[in-house]
Design a protein around this ligand. Sequence first.
Ligand SMILES: Cc1ncc(COP(=O)(O)O)c(C=O)c1O
Length: 510
Amino acid sequence: MGSLNNVETTNKPINPLDPEEFRKQAHLVVDFIADYYSNIEQYPVCSQVKPGFLTETMLKLAPLEPEPIETIMQDVQNHIIPGLTHWESPGFFAFFPCTASIGNFLGEMLITGFNAIPFNWLASPAATELEMVVLEWVLNLLQLPKSFWFSSDGGGVLLGSTCEALVCTLVAAREKKLSKVAAEEGVLEKMVIYCSDQTHFSLKKACGVVGISPQNVRAIVTTKSMNYELSSLALLNAIETDLRSGLIPLYVCLTVGTTQTTAVDPLGTLCEIANRFDMWVHVDAAYAGSACICPEFRHFLDGVEEATSFSFNPHKWFLTTLDCCCLWVKDRTVYTKALSSDPEYLKNKPSESKQVVDYKDWQISLTRRFKAMKLWMVLRMHGASGLREFIRKQVKMAQHFEKLLSRDKRFELVVPRNFATLCFRLLLANQSSCDGDINMLNKQLLESLNATGRVYMTHAVVEGVYVIRVSIGAVLAQDKHVSMLWDLLQEHAEVLLAKYVTPQVISTLV
Ligand SMILES: Cc1ncc(COP(=O)(O)O)c(C=O)c1O
């Protein structure tokens, strides 16, 4: 085992950043990744390893001596790849996509290459200003109102996740309200947050982080008859009920493209209600925001001009990998007042001049990555036209799959499709079969499809109905992969339906 004596046996001078070694070894890794993409279809989409597969086989201690890159890459091939779920596989239809691209990849290399940490302007002026440039580009592509921009009272920032955007905007909303209401004890306990029962679970988590009790989060029930959109009447009723109880409506989170069914809350009417009560309105378009750069999808954002803040994740469907969330706010003074700090060791002339943006005041942590570089590379290398073409191609494939499903009476499309995600289920011909039986059937269908290793899909449960979700978005997916999915689905549905002649049989098999 390691000892200081062993360490001293290494007599080569170490230079972990030797430029020529870097050139050689990085080429090898780039070749490895290119081969990985070429061969990605040979791997099961969802990893099939058992728990402990790596922790029980890998060496328990870190290597004492340096190892050659070739040996390490051999281990990546033999031990790491089998334990990966391949998010870039064209058979990946689970959750929402996380889309890589050449522009993103090269941008990531530059980010790590420069290793700049732009917590304030001076810490890397180009990184801060590129972030402002790229956020204004995206703001224009989405046709967000100028009130969200620095030339007005607003501004934008690149965060790591939507969850972070929710925490930051909740803190700003809380501080703004605290500065207005009487400073009596227990004010925080009176603040109430509104959302729908389809809102991403991270809102509840974010509320906990900022000190708002889960009892004060009103997740308003949605229904199939309203396509799982938040009802303005229900929101109004909930707010008025809370006001009558002496509570303080603080914040409402609206979603464009909910996680389960991609429902779109009607922004205009909901913002109008929230604004009547001086609430903060955040619009979360984590997935669907990307599609809204196409004019034919922009209408889903109608009404956003009345919101207080807006966020979407390029790391989902915008040819950009994790982590990357764009957040814009209308009032940067209110927003940064809640998040800024001014320690002595960070003081510098540009910051004191108030002529620059210090992004440390726009987020939770001090340090941050130069994320703008990858978004800038994506937009320059693929262009707005390339991004639109990419989105449209995926939507076209989803439309095709939707057509195949709707022509086959054995299947039910549970909600109308808005983007490139579909929710469907297999039905039982037997009229007396209940939702419970059909839920079990679909759970088994999904499990058997995923077990093939050729595709990976996930599920949702809406109003007690188990649905299979297909989110088409993998960059490498083509028409033939959608056809393969359809053939596989039919084959497995036939086998299951043949087994499950009566609902009673289902319960004995599950
Ligand atoms: C609508 C919506 N909001 C928020 C999130 C969470 O995003 P993040 O992981 O960036 O916090 C998701 C994730 O899928 C989502 O679909």
